[in-house]
Ligand binder design. Structure first.
Ligand code: ATP
Length: 325
């Protein structure tokens, strides 16, 4: 069986700006593939070439064995697509809008497709009786997801699919992705939220500045091994400082004394257990461990590759970080 998506040396230039640089990527059938990267990394550009919304400057793209520009309606029918920027401004209700999509997509089983649409609307919690233009951003996004999933396409291409969704709906969406994979469908989704990729993707490519800077299975990427920590300790700054300076894995330590409570923040790379055990020597009043900004993780782990041909803003941020040591 051919790969669901094959991208070879994809290059896309907008004037002098290179959005995607000689990108290679393969998505195997029946898998969930996550494309992650900071803003402007080239995720949307890559996905748009797969659905023929934009054409490559050079390189080869194959989707379900066909070239997007030649695949026409027959290829589009086999794909479910959620664009990064969804525009649903019509007067028609969600139901009419989805019926329209079902008809134009030429699905063989319109009644079955619409039954699935209504089941998905119940799961996601959106009222299909309302005119779509009156829906909130999150509810429009739900309609966008339903139109992509309802005809059970072989390939789902989802650009930032959870944008605007609340956490409970995000969880339902992730369940839908896993069910699609279990039913043999292939899912390619982009995100700049690491946790949602971690929960669903079999394979991941990290994009930065239009290049793949790392790929493989989620655990091998180590992106989840960087965490931002904050703690409040009942301790005196001067006495505690030497021990805090040597907390295992901690970098970028910042301390603030707030009325006898020492507020600590920093980044822990690697296993969290030694850090937590070492911190337990103190009187810990509060502790939070958070996923850092994806850009920070990408630059920290793949800094050299990610900063090839950096944009001016990224170069200055990186230089500042290097200056800080
Ligand atoms: P985000 O997470 O912010 O959506 P992204 O990873 O999807 O980002 P793209 O939207 O693919 O990134 O953009 C990649 C680069 O190409 C960016 O530098 C962007 O400014 C540029 N770009 C995208 N579309 C155009 C366009 N139509 N004209 C000019 N430059 C563009």
């Amino acid at each position: 069986m051919s790969d669901a998506v094959e991208i070879r040396k994809l290059h896309k230039r907008y004037g002098r700006r290179v959005a995607v640089h000689e990108l290679d990527l393969t998505v195997r059938p029946g898998t969930v593939f996550g494309l992650i990267g900071p803003n402007g990394a080239g995720k949307t550009t890559t996905l748009r070439t797969l659905v023929d919304v934009i054409r490559p400057s050079s390189g080869d793209v194959r989707v379900l064995g066909a070239e997007p520009r030649r695949g026409g309606a027959a290829l589009r029918r086999r794909i479910g697509y959620v664009p990064g920027e969804l525009h649903l401004e019509g007067r028609a209700s969600g139901h009419r809008t989805l019926s329209f999509y079902a008809q134009v997509s030429g699905t063989r089983d319109t009644a079955g497709t619409l039954r699935t649409a209504h089941d998905l609307a119940d799961r996601l919690g959106v009222d299909l009786g309302r005119p779509v233009r009156t829906l909130s951003k999150g509810n429009k996004q739900k309609v966008g997801l339903i139109q992509a999933f309802m005809h059970r396409p072989e390939l789902l291409i989802l650009d930032e699919p959870t944008s605007g969704l609340d956490p409970l709906v995000q969880r339902e969406f992730l369940a839908m992705v896993r069910e699609a994979r279990d039913a043999g469908q292939t899912v390619l989704l982009s995100s700049h939220v690491l946790s949602e990729i971690q929960q669903t993707a079999d394979e991941v490519a990290v994009l930065a500045n239009g290049r793949v800077v790392a790929d493989g299975d989620v655990s091998s990427l180590r992106l989840g091994s960087i965490r931002r920590v904050r703690a409040e300790l009942a301790a005196d700054a001067a006495t505690a400082r030497p021990a805090l300076d040597s907390l295992p894995g901690l970098t970028g330590l910042e301390l603030r004394d707030a009325d006898g409570i020492l507020q600590l923040s920093g980044t822990v790379e690697g296993a969290i257990d030694p850090f937590v055990k070492a911190l337990a020597r103190f009187d810990v009043r509060d502790l939070s461990v958070e996923e850092p900004d994806l850009e920070e993780s990408v630059l920290r782990l793949y800094g050299r590759a990610a900063s090839l041909a950096p944009s001016p803003s990224r170069r200055s941020r990186r230089t500042r970080r290097e200056e800080r040591g």
